[in-house]
Design a protein around this ligand. Structure first.
Ligand code: NAP
Length: 309
């Protein structure tokens, strides 16, 4: 039986792994479908303390993993399919196999939010993407007009990154002001290749008939005017939804699906702790996720010590 199973290998999960490994709890760390978490889908991380020149997101996560493994964490590629939290020890089903554990740290993160359009769904991976760093360099996008949807830091980051490849990057935002941090907003608005399209939403991605992206249909929310914009790619960056479906009905969560911790990182289920983007709708930073991962590890360690005392 495991002492600690950590679900997720983003900043929260791997920091929890470093701390629980150093506490000799030899945690089992399950990667989920995106090993390394969301930071592996960004380029340079400029605000993680200790890296004045910035650090590549994937490199940062690999280093965290190495650090956790050095102290005895076991990383397993696998996805949790089911959880039974009705009796202790708890049982997780991981790729068809049961795993029993005394404690769980849920650090399952969040996934990109979709616009919810039928055409978006039909053209996903055919020009519609949720990750500029993953897909931006594809030949189909080179020297072509591209569209980024959103007005937050993610959209700003994606738009700036895509200026390396696209001929022009249209930033389509539903308001006339960016939500992104001041420094990112200033960079975006000053960039000669980025053209903001304010007060507008994408109502359809074209062209399902041709089975590839050729443009977007837009609606101006202030004037009601509809228009079309030709482009070869649509990069959607409109925030994230927490990866908590597995725990619905069992864990206490808010209406958006963020798990609500009770005291520190402890949840409504004894011995189950939570950290990172799956429990944080406010800060959602790499460093705050890492901080929560540390706190969850300490909480789990104290819980185990009290159980075994
Ligand atoms: P976000 O801050 O929640 O921004 C989401 C954006 O998408 C908002 O501008 C929102 O519009 C828009 N939006 C939401 N739903 C939409 C819809 N259905 N249709 C059209 N537009 C929609 O999300 P984020 O940019 O992913 O950032 C999440 C967190 O990560 C933030 O705390 C951010 O600071 C952080 N982050 C930081 C960095 C960095 O420091 N470099 C990079 C990436 C992310 P409204 O503005 O009208 O609400």
């Amino acid at each position: 039986m495991e002492k600690v199973v950590i679900i997720g290998t983003g900043c929260a999960g791997l920091t929890a792994a470093i701390y629980t490994a150093r506490a000799n709890l030899t945690p089992l760390v399950l990667t989920g479908t995106l090993p390394g978490g969301l930071l592996t889908t960004t380029s340079i991380v400029e605000n993680f303390p200790g890296f004045p020149e910035g650090v590549d997101g994937t490199e940062l996560m690999l280093r965290m993993q190495q650090q956790a493994e050095k102290f005895g964490a076991r990383i397993r590629f696998g996805t949790v399919e089911a959880v039974d939290l009705s009796r202790q020890p708890y049982t997780l089903t991981v790729d068809g196999e049961p795993v029993q554990t005394q404690t769980i740290i849920i650090a399952s993160g969040a996934s990109p939010r979709h616009l919810g359009l039928e055409s978006e769904h039909r053209l996903e991976k055919k020009g519609v993407t949720y990750c500029a760093t993953c897909d931006g360099a594809l030949p189909v996008f080179r020297n072509q007009p591209l569209v980024v949807v959103g007005g937050g830091d993610s959209a700003a980051e994606e738009a700036l990154y895509l200026t390396r490849f696209g001929s022009v990057v249209y930033l389509v935002h539903r308001r006339d002001q960016l939500r992104a941090s001041k420094i990112m907003a200033e960079r975006v608005l000053a960039h000669p290749k980025i053209k903001p399209v304010w007060d507008s939403v994408v109502t359809e991605i074209l062209d399902v008939q041709q089975d590839k992206v050729t443009g977007v249909r837009l609606k101006n929310l202030k004037t009601g005017t509809e228009s079309e914009l030709a482009c070869a790619g649509v990069f959607i960056a409109i925030g994230h939804v927490p990866n908590t479906a597995l725990f619905r009905g069992v864990m206490d969560m808010d209406e958006a699906g963020y798990i609500r911790p009770r005291q520190g990182t402890a949840t409504n289920v004894p011995g189950v702790f939570v950290a990172g983007d799956c429990a944080d709708r406010v800060y959602r930073q790499a460093v705050t996720a890492a901080g929560m991962g540390c706190a969850a590890a300490i909480d789990a360690e104290r819980y185990l010590a009290a159980q075994n005392a």
